[in-house]
Unconditional design. Sequence first.
Lengths: 303, 232
Amino acid sequence: MTHHPHPLNPRVSFAECPARERIALLFDEDTFKEWITPAQRVMSPHLAQLGVPSSFDDGVAIGEARLDGHTVFVAAQEGEFMGGGVGEVHGAKLVGLFKRALRDRPAAVVLLAESGGVRLHEANAGLIAVSEVMRALLDVRAAGIPVIVLIGGANGCFGGMGIVARCADHIVMSDIGRLAMSGPEVIEASHGVEEFDSRDRALVWRTTGGKHRYLLGDCDQLVDDDVQAFRAAAIAALAKRRPLSADVLEKEHALLAQRLVDGRETRDAVELWQRIGVTQAARVPDMNATQVRALRSREESTQ
Amino acid sequence: MTWSDVLTQLFGGAHDVRADADFLSGTATFDGQPLTVVGTTHHAPIGFALALRQARVVLDTVAQHPGRAILLLIDTQGQQLRRHDELLGINRAMAHLGCCIDLARRRGHRVIGLVYDQALSGGFITSGLIADGCYALPEAEIRVMRIPAMARVTKLSEEFLTALSKTSPVFAPGVQNYVRMGGVRDLWSGDLQACLRDALATTPTEDVRAADGYLRGGRKVAAAVVEQVLAA
């Protein structure tokens, strides 16, 4: 493996690692046991029919591992394969993982999400699969087993998986991670370049990126693009179970209703940050994750 | 069929459901029992605000009317494709709607989805697809995207996709395909009251869609893969 931490340069980019390497570096050494391995070739029956290359794991690795000594269940989506798109098999592996978690009660389920959402090549099956993942995830959360989502891949976490992520107990993002619904290209194609210029990287990141999501509270922790930083954040999140209740959802509703007021008639992130009281909002795009973390802790301490 | 025609067939005059722009809400009486109705019309794009409005109705039903059944009326072109909504976190608002419906189910409310006109992708995942069960009218349309758009994204020819859509339910639009894949439990035709009565009485609270998809031959591997993970 090429990405093993070097004593003089310990930082390994989470974004640049493939899914299995993320798992190998993030969890306790040599503890990952994969279920349905690539050797078993459980592959999409639909891609072959379309003449499109398949993958031996349908773009997701699942299994169990240890995290700081605790047994956790793990799924890692491979963004390099069809953008992490959810097809029938990919989705069923995730559903199986959550159902097994409900049965075996691990300390947590950790989902390394990297996905454009539903895989259009098997669109209907993918759409139903994503909703099955949602229901299975919410069963696990309701059982008091925390679901922790890590987002830091180059493809971001979009579409149905962006919804799935927000159904979890806890979200960790890096500043280069993105969490949203529709990709900027889709919005541009639908409403024009003046609505959303998908080639304006700064605009894309301040609208959907980790720093923005952290300042709004859409992710719980913001980390550097470093596998060990994700590991530390995942360990910290093991104790952060947050079962849903009517009270929790009423609070969520009030928060979102307030956001609708704060965000009235703007589509600009800096303006929204100013309105919610982020100091030095205009400088946020130039800040690193540590500096942005300091902004929110100041905000929280004054509340 | 329009939403008001659907409601007239289901409840006669025994409902006070009103449209406010694209948003539908109200209460109906069915077989002597009150029932919450919430949904959208005019092929509504589901944005941040519209997701919240629907969530509010579900939360109010849970808070004020424990156990009352909820009927979701679905007609949407999918999620709102706007930068404003993305900035605010439309995925979080939609997840919230889904979580509210999920909470209602867990608290013993029957939640039935009905696609009476059109259902697309993001607008469908956190409504009908997270209900106890989703049903559709035969003339309704369900899809992720149209074949021309799909051809652009997948770089496969329209002719090829159109031909394949006749044999493969997995990516071709169509309500019948969703029935075969287990995503839609059944089509409602004829006596809609009998359909709703049956749905309220027999829709399972467990998620049986993968098993249905296998039995109906439209989604042949999902259920087996889930079993394989459980046995691994």
